[in-house]
Design a protein around this ligand. Sequence first.
Ligand SMILES: [Zn+2]
Length: 413
Amino acid sequence: MLKGAQNKLEYYLKNNKRYAVNIVSKLIEIPTVNPPGKNYEEMVCFLEKECRKLGLATKKYVTPKDVLNKFGVRYGSKRVSLVADLDAGAGKTFHINSHYDVVPATDKWITDPFAAVIKGTKIYGRGSEDMKGNIASVLFAIKALKKCGIRPRINIQLSFTPDEEIGGRTGFGYLAGMGFVKADYAMSEGCSGNHVSMGNKGVLWAEVEILGKSAHGSTPHKGVNSFERMNMLVNEFGKLKNKISKRKTRHNMQDGVSKSATFVMGGFLEGGIKVNVVPGAVKFSIDRRLIPEENISAAKKEIEAVIKKFNARHKDSKVSIRFISQEEPAISGKDDVFFKVVSDAVKIATGKYANFSVMPGATDMRYFMWKGIPSLGYSASGGKKWHSDDEFVYISSLIKTANVYALVMKDLA
Ligand SMILES: [Zn+2]
Protein backbone atom coordinates (compact mmCIF):
# COMPACT_ATOMS: atom_id res chain seq x y z
CA MET A 1 0.00 0.00 0.00
CA LEU A 2 2.71 2.47 1.06
CA LYS A 3 4.95 1.49 -1.80
CA GLY A 4 1.93 1.76 -4.10
CA ALA A 5 1.42 5.41 -3.17
CA GLN A 6 5.08 6.13 -3.79
CA ASN A 7 5.02 4.59 -7.22
CA LYS A 8 1.81 6.33 -8.11
CA LEU A 9 3.29 9.70 -7.20
CA GLU A 10 6.45 9.09 -9.14
CA TYR A 11 4.50 7.93 -12.17
CA TYR A 12 2.23 10.97 -12.01
CA LEU A 13 5.10 13.43 -11.65
CA LYS A 14 7.10 11.92 -14.49
CA ASN A 15 4.16 11.97 -16.84
CA ASN A 16 2.81 15.41 -16.07
CA LYS A 17 5.94 17.50 -15.99
CA ARG A 18 4.36 19.96 -18.39
CA TYR A 19 2.55 21.44 -15.38
CA ALA A 20 5.79 22.32 -13.58
CA VAL A 21 7.46 23.56 -16.75
CA ASN A 22 4.47 25.74 -17.47
CA ILE A 23 4.36 27.21 -13.96
CA VAL A 24 8.06 28.00 -13.79
CA SER A 25 7.90 29.59 -17.23
CA LYS A 26 5.06 31.87 -16.19
CA LEU A 27 6.88 32.79 -13.00
CA ILE A 28 10.05 33.69 -14.89
CA GLU A 29 8.01 35.87 -17.21
CA ILE A 30 6.86 38.06 -14.33
CA PRO A 31 10.11 39.97 -13.68
CA THR A 32 10.05 40.40 -9.91
CA VAL A 33 13.42 42.11 -9.96
CA ASN A 34 14.80 43.22 -6.64
CA PRO A 35 16.09 45.85 -6.08
CA PRO A 36 13.86 47.72 -6.33
CA GLY A 37 11.14 45.03 -6.14
CA LYS A 38 8.99 44.99 -9.27
CA ASN A 39 5.70 43.35 -10.25
CA TYR A 40 5.12 41.86 -6.82
CA GLU A 41 1.35 42.32 -6.93
CA GLU A 42 1.11 40.68 -10.33
CA MET A 43 3.16 37.76 -9.01
CA VAL A 44 1.01 37.27 -5.94
CA CYS A 45 -2.12 37.50 -8.05
CA PHE A 46 -0.81 34.69 -10.28
CA LEU A 47 0.24 32.52 -7.34
CA GLU A 48 -3.06 33.05 -5.59
CA LYS A 49 -4.95 31.83 -8.64
CA GLU A 50 -2.75 28.74 -8.93
CA CYS A 51 -3.12 27.95 -5.22
CA ARG A 52 -6.88 28.26 -5.43
CA LYS A 53 -6.98 25.91 -8.40
CA LEU A 54 -5.31 23.39 -6.11
CA GLY A 55 -7.93 23.93 -3.42
CA LEU A 56 -5.81 25.97 -1.04
CA ALA A 57 -7.29 28.80 1.04
CA THR A 58 -5.29 31.98 0.49
CA LYS A 59 -4.57 35.13 2.41
CA LYS A 60 -2.44 38.14 1.50
CA TYR A 61 -0.34 40.22 3.83
CA VAL A 62 1.12 43.61 3.03
CA THR A 63 4.22 44.69 4.89
CA PRO A 64 3.39 48.06 6.47
CA LYS A 65 5.22 51.28 5.70
CA ASP A 66 6.90 51.60 9.09
CA VAL A 67 8.50 48.18 8.68
CA LEU A 68 9.68 49.11 5.18
CA ASN A 69 11.12 52.38 6.48
CA LYS A 70 12.87 50.63 9.33
CA PHE A 71 14.73 48.40 6.89
CA GLY A 72 15.39 51.07 4.29
CA VAL A 73 12.97 49.81 1.63
CA ARG A 74 11.86 52.98 -0.11
CA TYR A 75 11.24 52.03 -3.72
CA GLY A 76 9.43 49.45 -5.75
CA SER A 77 6.23 47.45 -5.42
CA LYS A 78 3.98 47.10 -2.47
CA ARG A 79 5.53 44.29 -0.38
CA VAL A 80 2.87 41.63 -0.54
CA SER A 81 3.12 38.06 0.69
CA LEU A 82 0.77 35.17 0.08
CA VAL A 83 -0.05 32.46 2.59
CA ALA A 84 -1.93 29.41 1.32
CA ASP A 85 -3.37 26.68 3.51
CA LEU A 86 -4.38 23.12 2.92
CA ASP A 87 -6.06 22.24 6.15
CA ALA A 88 -6.09 18.59 7.13
CA GLY A 89 -7.74 19.31 10.47
CA ALA A 90 -4.54 18.11 12.08
CA GLY A 91 -2.81 19.47 15.15
CA LYS A 92 0.45 20.07 13.34
CA THR A 93 1.46 22.16 10.36
CA PHE A 94 4.17 21.66 7.76
CA HIS A 95 5.20 25.00 6.32
CA ILE A 96 6.96 25.52 2.99
CA ASN A 97 8.30 28.96 2.20
CA SER A 98 9.44 30.30 -1.16
CA HIS A 99 10.66 33.74 -2.06
CA TYR A 100 9.49 35.00 -5.41
CA ASP A 101 11.82 37.98 -5.91
CA VAL A 102 14.89 37.69 -8.12
CA VAL A 103 18.10 39.64 -8.53
CA PRO A 104 18.53 41.83 -11.63
CA ALA A 105 20.00 40.44 -14.86
CA THR A 106 22.85 41.81 -16.94
CA ASP A 107 22.79 42.22 -20.72
CA LYS A 108 25.30 39.37 -21.07
CA TRP A 109 22.68 36.63 -21.12
CA ILE A 110 22.53 34.33 -24.13
CA THR A 111 18.75 34.20 -23.79
CA ASP A 112 16.21 36.78 -22.67
CA PRO A 113 16.40 36.44 -18.87
CA PHE A 114 12.70 37.16 -18.51
CA ALA A 115 11.48 34.76 -21.16
CA ALA A 116 11.64 31.14 -20.08
CA VAL A 117 13.70 29.39 -22.75
CA ILE A 118 13.72 25.61 -22.82
CA LYS A 119 16.86 24.03 -24.24
CA GLY A 120 17.06 20.28 -23.95
CA THR A 121 16.89 19.35 -20.28
CA LYS A 122 17.13 22.92 -18.99
CA ILE A 123 14.90 25.93 -18.54
CA TYR A 124 16.78 29.21 -18.71
CA GLY A 125 15.61 32.40 -17.08
CA ARG A 126 16.29 34.70 -14.16
CA GLY A 127 14.99 33.04 -11.02
CA SER A 128 14.68 29.59 -12.62
CA GLU A 129 16.97 28.17 -9.96
CA ASP A 130 16.68 30.89 -7.31
CA MET A 131 13.92 30.04 -6.61
CA LYS A 132 10.98 30.06 -8.97
CA GLY A 133 11.70 26.50 -10.03
CA ASN A 134 11.10 25.44 -6.49
CA ILE A 135 7.76 27.22 -6.37
CA ALA A 136 6.75 25.13 -9.37
CA SER A 137 7.96 21.96 -7.61
CA VAL A 138 5.97 22.70 -4.46
CA LEU A 139 2.74 23.37 -6.38
CA PHE A 140 3.40 20.32 -8.53
CA ALA A 141 3.77 18.21 -5.38
CA ILE A 142 0.37 19.32 -4.10
CA LYS A 143 -1.22 18.67 -7.46
CA ALA A 144 0.31 15.21 -7.60
CA LEU A 145 -1.02 14.32 -4.14
CA LYS A 146 -4.50 15.40 -5.17
CA LYS A 147 -4.40 13.55 -8.46
CA CYS A 148 -3.16 10.41 -6.74
CA GLY A 149 -5.86 10.67 -4.09
CA ILE A 150 -3.38 10.99 -1.23
CA ARG A 151 -4.53 13.15 1.66
CA PRO A 152 -1.79 14.55 3.90
CA ARG A 153 -2.25 13.86 7.61
CA ILE A 154 -0.67 17.18 8.48
CA ASN A 155 -1.83 20.72 7.65
CA ILE A 156 0.18 22.14 4.79
CA GLN A 157 0.90 25.84 4.70
CA LEU A 158 2.73 27.59 1.90
CA SER A 159 4.11 31.09 1.95
CA PHE A 160 5.34 33.09 -1.02
CA THR A 161 7.32 36.09 0.07
CA PRO A 162 9.28 39.01 -1.39
CA ASP A 163 12.60 40.58 -0.52
CA GLU A 164 14.67 37.52 0.33
CA GLU A 165 17.30 38.95 -1.96
CA ILE A 166 17.64 41.98 0.32
CA GLY A 167 17.56 40.05 3.60
CA GLY A 168 13.93 39.01 3.94
CA ARG A 169 13.10 41.27 6.86
CA THR A 170 10.33 42.93 4.88
CA GLY A 171 9.08 39.60 3.54
CA PHE A 172 9.25 36.30 5.34
CA GLY A 173 10.95 37.89 8.36
CA TYR A 174 7.91 40.11 8.79
CA LEU A 175 5.42 37.22 8.49
CA ALA A 176 7.36 35.03 10.90
CA GLY A 177 7.88 37.89 13.35
CA MET A 178 4.18 38.75 13.38
CA GLY A 179 3.14 35.12 13.76
CA PHE A 180 1.20 35.17 10.47
CA VAL A 181 2.76 31.86 9.52
CA LYS A 182 2.90 28.72 11.61
CA ALA A 183 5.04 25.67 11.52
CA ASP A 184 5.85 22.58 13.48
CA TYR A 185 8.18 21.68 10.63
CA ALA A 186 9.36 23.86 7.78
CA MET A 187 11.23 23.76 4.51
CA SER A 188 12.49 26.43 2.15
CA GLU A 189 15.29 26.98 -0.30
CA GLY A 190 18.65 25.43 0.32
CA CYS A 191 20.66 22.57 -1.08
CA SER A 192 19.49 20.13 -3.73
CA GLY A 193 19.97 16.61 -5.04
CA ASN A 194 20.74 14.50 -1.99
CA HIS A 195 21.98 17.49 0.00
CA VAL A 196 19.71 19.14 2.54
CA SER A 197 20.68 22.24 4.47
CA MET A 198 19.98 22.49 8.15
CA GLY A 199 21.45 25.85 9.07
CA ASN A 200 23.72 28.67 8.10
CA LYS A 201 26.60 30.66 9.47
CA GLY A 202 26.07 33.96 11.26
CA VAL A 203 27.35 37.29 9.98
CA LEU A 204 28.90 40.24 11.73
CA TRP A 205 30.04 43.19 9.66
CA ALA A 206 31.90 46.11 11.12
CA GLU A 207 33.71 49.25 10.11
CA VAL A 208 36.80 50.13 12.10
CA GLU A 209 38.11 53.68 12.13
CA ILE A 210 41.57 54.75 13.27
CA LEU A 211 41.97 58.42 14.02
CA GLY A 212 45.53 59.73 14.21
CA LYS A 213 46.59 63.25 13.40
CA SER A 214 47.32 64.56 9.97
CA ALA A 215 50.41 66.66 9.29
CA HIS A 216 52.58 67.79 6.41
CA GLY A 217 54.56 64.95 4.88
CA SER A 218 57.79 66.82 5.57
CA THR A 219 57.10 67.03 9.32
CA PRO A 220 55.69 63.65 10.29
CA HIS A 221 56.67 64.14 13.92
CA LYS A 222 53.83 66.66 14.17
CA GLY A 223 51.25 64.03 13.27
CA VAL A 224 50.15 60.53 14.20
CA ASN A 225 50.13 58.23 11.20
CA SER A 226 46.78 56.45 11.28
CA PHE A 227 47.83 54.11 8.47
CA GLU A 228 50.79 52.81 10.48
CA ARG A 229 48.52 52.46 13.50
CA MET A 230 46.12 50.47 11.38
CA ASN A 231 48.96 48.19 10.42
CA MET A 232 49.68 47.51 14.09
CA LEU A 233 46.02 46.99 14.82
CA VAL A 234 45.67 44.59 11.90
CA ASN A 235 48.51 42.55 13.43
CA GLU A 236 46.61 42.36 16.70
CA PHE A 237 43.45 41.31 14.88
CA GLY A 238 45.56 38.72 13.08
CA LYS A 239 46.09 36.94 16.41
CA LEU A 240 42.34 36.93 17.01
CA LYS A 241 41.81 35.67 13.48
CA ASN A 242 44.12 32.70 14.15
CA LYS A 243 42.19 31.86 17.27
CA ILE A 244 38.85 32.15 15.50
CA SER A 245 39.86 30.05 12.52
CA LYS A 246 40.64 27.14 14.83
CA ARG A 247 36.99 26.96 15.87
CA LYS A 248 35.25 24.36 13.78
CA THR A 249 31.58 23.48 13.70
CA ARG A 250 30.65 19.92 14.59
CA HIS A 251 28.09 20.00 11.76
CA ASN A 252 28.76 19.01 8.16
CA MET A 253 29.41 21.86 5.77
CA GLN A 254 28.04 21.76 2.25
CA ASP A 255 30.46 20.78 -0.52
CA GLY A 256 33.44 20.71 1.82
CA VAL A 257 33.16 24.44 2.49
CA SER A 258 35.14 25.53 5.52
CA LYS A 259 33.90 24.25 8.85
CA SER A 260 35.72 27.12 10.51
CA ALA A 261 34.60 30.48 11.72
CA THR A 262 36.15 33.21 9.58
CA PHE A 263 37.48 36.75 9.91
CA VAL A 264 38.18 38.87 6.83
CA MET A 265 39.67 42.33 7.05
CA GLY A 266 39.92 45.08 4.47
CA GLY A 267 37.11 44.14 2.11
CA PHE A 268 36.42 47.82 2.35
CA LEU A 269 39.37 50.15 2.85
CA GLU A 270 39.53 53.93 2.95
CA GLY A 271 42.02 56.56 4.00
CA GLY A 272 44.79 58.89 2.97
CA ILE A 273 44.25 61.85 0.71
CA LYS A 274 47.56 62.81 -0.79
CA VAL A 275 51.16 61.62 -1.03
CA ASN A 276 52.60 64.42 1.09
CA VAL A 277 50.06 64.25 3.91
CA VAL A 278 50.48 62.10 7.03
CA PRO A 279 47.17 60.23 7.01
CA GLY A 280 44.99 61.34 9.89
CA ALA A 281 42.17 58.83 9.49
CA VAL A 282 41.71 55.40 7.93
CA LYS A 283 38.86 52.94 7.88
CA PHE A 284 38.62 49.26 7.10
CA SER A 285 35.95 46.62 7.31
CA ILE A 286 35.68 43.32 9.12
CA ASP A 287 33.56 40.47 7.79
CA ARG A 288 33.19 37.89 10.53
CA ARG A 289 31.29 34.66 9.87
CA LEU A 290 30.11 32.66 12.84
CA ILE A 291 29.66 28.92 13.07
CA PRO A 292 26.38 27.74 14.65
CA GLU A 293 28.14 27.13 17.97
CA GLU A 294 29.04 30.84 18.29
CA ASN A 295 26.94 33.92 18.99
CA ILE A 296 27.05 37.59 17.99
CA SER A 297 27.47 39.04 21.45
CA ALA A 298 30.60 37.00 22.18
CA ALA A 299 31.99 37.72 18.72
CA LYS A 300 31.57 41.46 19.28
CA LYS A 301 33.20 41.30 22.70
CA GLU A 302 36.28 39.59 21.28
CA ILE A 303 36.73 42.31 18.69
CA GLU A 304 36.04 45.10 21.16
CA ALA A 305 38.56 43.68 23.64
CA VAL A 306 41.33 43.96 21.03
CA ILE A 307 40.40 47.59 20.38
CA LYS A 308 40.19 48.44 24.06
CA LYS A 309 43.66 47.06 24.70
CA PHE A 310 45.02 48.83 21.64
CA ASN A 311 43.56 52.19 22.66
CA ALA A 312 44.98 51.79 26.16
CA ARG A 313 48.43 51.22 24.70
CA HIS A 314 48.26 54.02 22.10
CA LYS A 315 46.78 57.07 23.71
CA ASP A 316 47.61 59.42 20.83
CA SER A 317 45.33 57.62 18.38
CA LYS A 318 41.78 56.48 18.72
CA VAL A 319 40.23 53.34 17.31
CA SER A 320 36.46 53.03 17.15
CA ILE A 321 34.16 50.42 15.69
CA ARG A 322 30.70 50.50 14.20
CA PHE A 323 28.79 47.27 13.66
CA ILE A 324 26.87 47.63 10.43
CA SER A 325 25.21 44.27 10.16
CA GLN A 326 24.70 41.40 12.51
CA GLU A 327 22.86 38.13 12.29
CA GLU A 328 23.05 35.17 14.59
CA PRO A 329 23.94 31.83 13.04
CA ALA A 330 20.96 29.57 12.52
CA ILE A 331 20.50 25.89 13.03
CA SER A 332 17.41 23.74 12.64
CA GLY A 333 15.57 22.64 15.74
CA LYS A 334 16.22 18.95 16.35
CA ASP A 335 13.50 16.55 15.37
CA ASP A 336 14.47 13.00 14.54
CA VAL A 337 11.14 12.13 12.95
CA PHE A 338 11.20 15.11 10.58
CA PHE A 339 14.81 14.50 9.61
CA LYS A 340 13.99 10.85 8.94
CA VAL A 341 10.95 11.65 6.80
CA VAL A 342 12.96 14.12 4.69
CA SER A 343 15.89 11.75 4.53
CA ASP A 344 13.69 8.88 3.30
CA ALA A 345 12.01 11.12 0.74
CA VAL A 346 15.38 12.22 -0.65
CA LYS A 347 16.53 8.61 -0.85
CA ILE A 348 13.41 7.56 -2.74
CA ALA A 349 13.41 10.54 -5.11
CA THR A 350 17.13 10.70 -5.87
CA GLY A 351 18.36 7.20 -5.10
CA LYS A 352 21.04 8.59 -2.81
CA TYR A 353 21.35 8.91 0.94
CA ALA A 354 20.53 12.36 2.25
CA ASN A 355 23.37 14.49 3.49
CA PHE A 356 22.48 17.23 5.99
CA SER A 357 24.79 20.20 6.15
CA VAL A 358 25.21 23.83 7.14
CA MET A 359 25.33 26.41 4.34
CA PRO A 360 27.77 29.31 4.36
CA GLY A 361 25.05 31.74 3.25
CA ALA A 362 21.72 32.48 4.89
CA THR A 363 18.19 31.94 3.61
CA ASP A 364 14.81 32.98 4.95
CA MET A 365 14.61 29.71 6.92
CA ARG A 366 16.72 31.36 9.59
CA TYR A 367 13.65 33.23 10.84
CA PHE A 368 12.14 29.86 11.79
CA MET A 369 15.43 28.32 12.92
CA TRP A 370 15.95 31.16 15.40
CA LYS A 371 12.64 30.13 16.94
CA GLY A 372 13.86 26.56 17.30
CA ILE A 373 11.49 25.20 14.65
CA PRO A 374 12.82 22.14 12.81
CA SER A 375 13.56 23.74 9.42
CA LEU A 376 15.38 22.38 6.41
CA GLY A 377 16.52 23.83 3.11
CA TYR A 378 15.93 21.96 -0.12
CA SER A 379 15.22 23.26 -3.60
CA ALA A 380 15.20 22.53 -7.30
CA SER A 381 18.57 23.06 -8.92
CA GLY A 382 20.33 23.92 -12.13
CA GLY A 383 23.93 24.88 -12.71
CA LYS A 384 24.38 26.57 -9.34
CA LYS A 385 24.30 29.85 -11.21
CA TRP A 386 22.26 31.72 -8.66
CA HIS A 387 22.52 35.44 -9.33
CA SER A 388 24.77 34.96 -12.39
CA ASP A 389 24.16 35.08 -16.12
CA ASP A 390 22.40 32.20 -17.87
CA GLU A 391 20.78 30.83 -14.74
CA PHE A 392 18.81 27.66 -15.43
CA VAL A 393 16.97 24.85 -13.72
CA TYR A 394 16.93 21.19 -14.76
CA ILE A 395 13.50 19.87 -15.64
CA SER A 396 14.49 16.60 -13.97
CA SER A 397 15.24 18.50 -10.78
CA LEU A 398 11.79 20.09 -10.82
CA ILE A 399 10.31 16.60 -10.87
CA LYS A 400 12.59 15.07 -8.25
CA THR A 401 12.16 18.03 -5.95
CA ALA A 402 8.39 17.83 -6.34
CA ASN A 403 8.69 14.15 -5.47
CA VAL A 404 10.64 14.95 -2.29
CA TYR A 405 8.06 17.53 -1.24
CA ALA A 406 5.12 15.26 -2.06
CA LEU A 407 6.62 12.38 -0.06
CA VAL A 408 7.30 14.63 2.92
CA MET A 409 3.74 16.00 2.78
CA LYS A 410 2.40 12.46 2.56
CA ASP A 411 4.47 11.03 5.40
CA LEU A 412 4.59 13.79 8.01
CA ALA A 413 1.96 13.58 10.69
ZN1 LIG B 1 17.02 32.46 -3.20
